[in-house]
Design a binder for this molecule. Sequence first.
Ligand code: DQA
Length: 143
Amino acid sequence: ASVLVLNGPNLGRLGSREPDVYGSQDLASLEKLLVAEADGRVEIDLRQTNDEAELIAWLYEAVDTGTPVILNPAAFTHYSYALRDAAALVTKAGVPLIEVHISNPHARETFRHTSVISGVASGVIAGFGFGSYRLALRGILDA
Ligand code: DQA
């Protein structure tokens, strides 16, 4: 069994991008943290793209394979109805999809206060740094 950990635009720059907001660790460190948390119970399949179409294709893959998803939609969170519709296909298929954010978007600019994804997610975790992903993985493993 595996868990898809999908990361949207600009998250490939973690480590150097706004370290005051997102910390100084990169995606490779995130992967290590999640592999340690999984402790052999599931494979961690971590991916990042700046491309909305690619992210949507990965969500179809989750539907077709029944693979649980941890999704950081990044800026798509706030406006991508296409991503929302694809996320809805996942949860409507009975496959868990947890929306995660490194920062707490509600404590930031107004445009970040809206998520078009949350309404179709199984759950939402934000504000715990990389710990948001770890908590999401725990939730999936506990379920
Ligand atoms: C983010 C929050 C979004 O508002 C932002 O566009 C990101 C990262 C987070 O993980 O805190 O790229 O999703």
